[in-house]
Design a protein around this ligand. Structure first.
Ligand SMILES: Cc1cc2nc3c(=O)[nH]c(=O)nc-3n(C[C@H](O)[C@H](O)[C@H](O)COP(=O)(O)OP(=O)(O)OC[C@H]3O[C@@H](n4cnc5c(N)ncnc54)[C@H](O)[C@@H]3O)c2cc1C
Length: 499
């Protein structure tokens, strides 16, 4: 592909960051940071344009945490979990972008998911291995795109190959901006539309919402799949470079204290996943990145195209749940409550949540289906597991909070612990079982960030609706989980006619 095309120009900062690297298909943390200095337009919650996302106070800690995730690709302890050797080129690449041809490829994605969840505590729903999930979902339904336009289908394959080659980060854009739902969908003011088509590409105008993490990725993967009621000019599937001229990202306000220390806020101090509104002012999308246009048949393919994304979310929540269970155990250990039957029962409930999600994730791989030559975790099991994961989530957090007693409130900042008069008094009065008072305080700071603080609140909202609200997921379970065999058995048993 010639380097002077619009698409290649947008990629130049990533290619420059990778240039001369011993691993030409893997960005390390530092290269990732360099790749973000690419002319993207980001406006912070104070209304100021952000010059450099890697140094901006609202974003720099998040950038540093994502950079740590990228560095897992070079760490001997984790490298084989988060990367693989591409059999064709014998080069090392990120597991997220590996096209799953076998079940083992899906199991490998679980290993990457676990390593990255441990690195981020699962507080980021759109970590680097999540972005590929949406594009891989496009491969699972590529027969329908092929029918529409073989060139678009090839664009999807090329995008996946290019992303794997450059280790790019992406995030998905599905939802419309929120406005009065009594207005017909097609007439809503924010609806993203194609306003111009040329042989070189399309021009987009309108808006999209959330795209969590978008300010710190390289691409948005856009798909229009949540139902009908739109005209063809709003039925768009494409990859959108974050540094496209005319695209503005308006960030929400941070939920964390920006100067939090790692002692006072062991999780918040590592930054939060940010969300934003995307405004498209006549954004040109090169033809290479157009995946479908005007195709009303694709408007209801949410369940199919999001199969990997939903599986990733459920699997990550399973690994997070393991962290919840471990946290619950430590609470009981250090408070000395671990012999109390009610406490043991609560910890058992939290463990059951983790075990159930683990089972859903593994079973959906074991029962994977082949769509268009790729292995897709069994979507009915994934939908059921995801519904379970979000319905139970608030109960699980409540249980952890309950185990803490006063621990989530009776916490003091490090300045108090360093106080010459009161620090030693607190140390004397508040010890835990097998831990000093200050160690216990630090641990409850961790639990507070994990379950209760502002960022935990945002994460709770996110888990509930990030890939559509529970009621819509319940519809998926209703539609896609087959009950006919059992229903016919009961019909025979009770003398009713077969359906
Ligand atoms: C923190 C956060 C991060 C997000 N990240 C992303 C992202 O990265 N990419 C992306 O595309 N989107 C993202 N979203 C958007 C998210 O998917 C939507 O917020 C969610 O699907 C709900 O849509 P809405 O906000 O338009 O709600 P509305 O349509 O305004 O509906 C409000 C509520 O009404 C109810 N409701 C609406 N429709 C139905 C229905 N058909 N059946 C039953 N109940 C219904 C539900 O309770 C729903 O929550 C994110 C949202 C949040 C809060």
């Amino acid at each position: 592909m010639p380097d002077n095309t619009e698409a290649q120009q947008r990629l130049k900062p990533i290619k420059d960051a990778l240039a001369g690297s011993p691993e030409p298909h893997l960005l390390n943390g530092e290269q990732y940071k360099v790749s973000l200095r690419d002319g993207r337009r980001i406006v912070d919650a104070d209304g100021n344009d952000i010059e450099d996302v890697t140094t901006h106070p609202h974003l720099k800690r998040t950038v540093a945490t994502v950079a740590e995730v990228m560095d897992l690709q070079f760490n001997p302890a984790t490298q084989d979990d988060v990367t693989y050797i591409d059999p064709e080129t014998q080069t090392r690449r990120a597991v997220g972008w590996q096209v799953p041809i076998t079940k083992d490829d899906l199991y490998k994605k679980r290993l990457a998911n676990k390593a990255i969840t441990r690195q981020t505590l699962g507080m980021f729903g759109r970590p680097p291995d999540y972005g590929p999930a949406m594009a891989l979902g496009f491969l699972g339904i590529i027969d329908r795109v092929e029918k529409e336009n073989p060139e678009f289908a090839q664009n999807i394959r090329n995008f996946v190959a290019q992303s794997g080659s450059l280790n790019t980060l992406s995030t998905d854009l599905i939802l419309d901006t929120q406005s009065d739902r009594t207005v017909p969908r097609n007439d809503r003011p924010g609806t993203l539309r194609v306003v111009k088509e040329t042989p070189d590409g399309i021009v987009l105008r309108g808006s999209k919402v959330a795209g969590s993490m978008g300010a710190l990725t390289h691409f948005f993967t856009l798909s229009t799949v949540l139902g009908g009621g739109l005209s063809g000019d709003a039925a768009i599937w494409a990859a959108i470079p974050v540094n496209s001229p005319g695209l503005s990202l308006i960030m929400r306000e941070p939920t964390i204290k920006l100067d939090a220390s790692s002692e006072d806020h062991p999780i918040d101090s590592r930054g939060e996943e940010m969300d934003q509104l995307m405004i498209f002012d006549d954004v040109f999308i090169p033809q290479e990145y157009v995946f479908s246009l005007h195709n009303l048949e694709l408007l209801t393919l949410y369940h199919e195209s999001c199969a990997y994304a939903l599986w990733h979310i459920m699997t990550r929540l399973g690994y997070r749940a393991e962290l919840f269970a471990g946290t619950a155990q430590i609470i009981a250990d250090i408070l000395g409550t671990d012999k109390i039957p009610g406490v043991r029962n609560t910890i058992a409930q939290i463990s059951m949540y983790a075990q159930t999600l683990r089972s859903y994730s593994l079973a959906s791989v074991e029962r994977a289906v082949e769509w268009c030559g790729v292995q897709v975790p069994e979507p009915g099991l994934v939908a059921a597991g995801r519904l379970y994961s979000i319905q139970e989530y608030p109960n699980i957090l409540y249980r952890i909070q309950d185990l803490c007693g006063q621990g989530l409130v009776s916490r003091w900042p490090e300045k108090v612990w360093n106080h010459p008069e009161f620090g030693p008094r607190l140390e004397e009065m508040l010890p835990g079982h097998g831990v000093s008072a200050r160690e216990k305080n630090r641990f409850f700071n961790f639990v507070f960030d994990l379950t209760t603080g502002g960022m935990a609140g945002r994460v709770g909202l996110f888990e509930n609706v990030n890939a559509t609200p529970p009621a819509i997921v319940a519809e998926l379970v209703y539609d896609h989980v087959d009950r006919s065999d059992a229903a016919n058995f009961i019909r025979s048993y009770t003398g009713l006619p077969q359906a």
